[in-house]
Ligand binder design. Structure first.
Ligand SMILES: [Zn+2]
Ligand SMILES: [Zn+2]
Length: 113
């Protein structure tokens, strides 16, 4: 069964430093915010070398806390995150977020490129 990339609910918790996505198929992804920032897909962040970071970014220790982050959906295809340094050009497509899910279940049976 292909993983769902439809988000039912998005919860941002700056105390816990996580973004939690509940998917339509019942799966829950919990992303550390700092890892999400490092996985920012925008041209500005990807400009050097251009490699897309994979879920390994979530295994790295956070470089900083993000205290004022906003999340808004963009159409039906992506989530826009606005960071407290004003950075807001990263559009995280739902499929991409689902592919990045750092949970053990997703990491054990998948190799993300
Ligand atoms: Zn960016
Ligand atoms: Zn998962």
């Amino acid at each position: 069964m292909p993983a769902s990339s439809t988000a039912e609910r998005v919860a941002l918790d700056t105390d816990a430093q996580t973004l939690t996505i509940l998917w339509a198929d019942g799966h829950t992804s919990v992303f550390p915010l700092d890892g999400l920032r490092r996985a920012c897909p925008c041209a500005q962040c990807r400009g050097h070398g251009g490699t897309r970071p994979g879920p390994e970014v979530f295994g790295e220790p956070p470089e900083r806390m993000w205290t004022d982050v906003r999340a808004e959906t963009v159409g039906t295809y992506a989530l826009r995150l606005t960071w407290d340094d004003g950075h807001d050009t990263g559009l995280y497509r739902w499929e991409r977020l689902r592919a990045l899910c750092p949970c053990d279940e997703c990491r054990s049976d998948e190799d993300v490129t």
